[in-house]
Design a protein around this ligand. Structure first.
Ligand code: NAD
Length: 294
């Protein structure tokens, strides 16, 4: 068990790039094993419209697939595509034996019924873990695919040998894709979990209780050192672009690192893990496919 004490030099940095790189080597080996059985893991990546941030995320995911031997198939669709056309494409991908994972990059244009799109993806190919079945199954610990970002945070905690059982965890942010599943995963590991959000009164009163603080609000500098308990583990999920172009998280990194025992940076913390877990889910899907001999 890792003692949660502050190092003389400040918090230990939880380096997501290093963890993701280690995982990549193993993932490559697993893909080679699958290929020897005649199965190349396939990930369909669907991007609707031309949101610049989404373009960047999608190209990173495609590149990461290439690095481990997953075949990614990109569908770049105009923002004017209709609901029906998008659903037809997903239906085709569901039926395609060479596709083991389907990722629809969010957000979608306003006229698209996102809930319907996510529900149309076959749960056994829902490598993002956003299908209602996977969301519900997470509550009872039977998910087919855990959602990538909180799953990546769990890996970072495990990799850093940070005990979870019995710890006080505060999750700041209650979205369906990060905050809520994060809280469920930590609860499944017997942590005592509180979730805070934009309507929480006196946020600092809650965050001060946290042995492990996970922040996913999308607000730069939301968490400053006075809000953090000495020796806490701080995981920053936020990704914010400042007017000067810099990318920062939700945590005042320089201030909080002096007080925390562990801290994840932005960039280079949770971000690389989200992609690593997407690859992991896609490979697992292909392994299930190969084992079922469909
Ligand atoms: P979201 O906007 O859907 O949800 C934000 C949540 O934070 C909401 O529950 C909201 O109530 C809460 N919140 C907002 N302001 C707050 C405040 N002042 N105090 C307390 N809570 C507040 O966002 P999301 O999709 O969950 O993403 C959150 C952040 O994480 C964003 O910065 C996003 O870019 C980032 N993100 C990173 C990754 C990654 O791979 N690292 C993946 C997904 C999201």
């Amino acid at each position: 068990m890792t003692a949660l004490k502050v190092e003389q030099s400040g918090a230990k940095i939880i380096d997501g790039k290093v963890v993701a790189k280690k995982m990549r080597a193993d993932q490559k080996a697993q893909v080679e094993l699958l290929q020897a059985k005649g199965v190349t893991p396939g990930l369909a990546v669907v991007l609707v419209g031309e949101d610049p941030a989404s373009e960047i995320y999608v190209s990173r995911k495609v590149k990461a697939c290439e690095a481990v031997g997953i075949k990614s198939i990109s569908y770049r669709l105009p923002a004017t595509i209709s609901n029906e056309e998008l659903l037809v494409l997903i239906g085709k991908l569901n039926a395609d034996q060479n596709v083991h994972g389907i990722l629809v990059q969010l957000p979608l244009p306003k006229h698209i019924d996102m809930a319907k799109v996510l529900e149309t993806i076959a749960p056994e190919k829902d490598v993002d873990g956003f299908h209602l079945y996977n969301v519900g199954a997470l509550v009872v610990g039977r998910q087919i695919f855990p959602p990538c970002t909180p799953y990546g945070v769990m890996h970072l905690l495990e990799y850093s040998d940070i005990p979870i059982e019995g710890r006080n965890v505060v999750v700041v942010g209650a979205s369906n894709i990060v905050g809520k599943p994060m809280a469920l995963m930590l609860m499944a590991r017997d942590a005592t979990v509180a979730i805070c959000h934009a309507k929480t009164r006196d946020l600092g009163q809650w965050t001060m209780l946290a042995d492990i603080l996970v922040v996913a609000a999308g607000v730069p500098n939301l968490i400053v050192s006075q809000m953090v308990k000495t020796g806490a583990v701080v995981i920053d999920v936020g990704i914010n672009r400042l007017p000067d172009g810099r990318i920062v998280g939700d945590v005042d990194f320089e201030g909080v690192r002096k007080k925390a025992s562990y801290i994840s940076p932005v960039p280079g913390g949770v971000g690389p893990m989200t992609i690593a877990m997407l690859l992991e889910n896609t490979i697992i899907s292909a392994q299930r496919f190969a084992a079922s001999d469909i």
